[in-house]
Design a protein around this ligand. Structure first.
Ligand code: HEM
Length: 147
């Protein structure tokens, strides 16, 4: 009887430890995936994707979505890209930090241009600004993410 109790206690302890380690690993992974910068970026992305569902002639709704996107991008700019954060201190890191902020700044300006283009209901300006938004995102992600 005593042996059976010990066995069941052992198996319970094992289960608690196994679940505990699983929870720890999962939370560490979640931390790694969802940095504060990533969370803001996800909002930028969500707002830009919402443009696909907005009627082409609803310029006001599109301008509002883009406005929300650049508010989130401005917030993302206060954080440092994980890849840059992890670089050893020195000139290369300082250069990467300045360059990533440069790209974020360009992206922010392009989003503001996009909002203006929607407010002006100007399809040619919308297309030109959207090209800039996509270009800065592509360069930023190529240089500073694992994408
Ligand atoms: C409209 C433009 C942009 C959109 C829609 C966008 C979208 C995203 C999304 C959705 C993520 C999260 C990815 C994930 O959770 O796996 C992300 C992460 C990231 N983006 Fe952007 N992005 C944009 C512009 C930029 C620019 C210009 C840079 C320039 C540096 C940049 C740098 C990063 C970095 C570094 C991360 C990872 C966060 C970290 O390192 O902690 N993004 N972006």
């Amino acid at each position: 009887m005593a042996r059976i109790m010990t066995k069941s206690k052992f198996s319970r302890t094992f289960k608690v430890l196994a679940l505990g380690s699983f929870a720890l690993v999962s939370s560490l992974q979640a931390e790694e995936e969802d940095t504060k910068m990533s969370i803001e970026m996800q909002t930028v992305s969500k707002q830009l994707k919402s443009l696909r569902k907005i009627a082409k002639d609803d310029f006001a709704a599109a301008a509002e979505a883009v406005h929300k996107a650049h508010v989130a991008l401005l917030s993302a700019m206060q954080y440092t890209a994980s890849m840059v954060e992890e670089m050893p201190a020195g000139d290369e890191k300082a250069k990467a930090l300045a360059d990533s902020r440069r790209l974020l700044g360009l992206s922010y300006a392009a989003l503001c241009e996009l909002e203006i283009a929607y407010l002006e209901k100007d399809p040619a300006k919308i297309e030109a600004a959207m090209t800039k938004v996509k270009g800065t995102k592509k360069e930023g992600h190529k240089k500073y993410t694992d994408d």
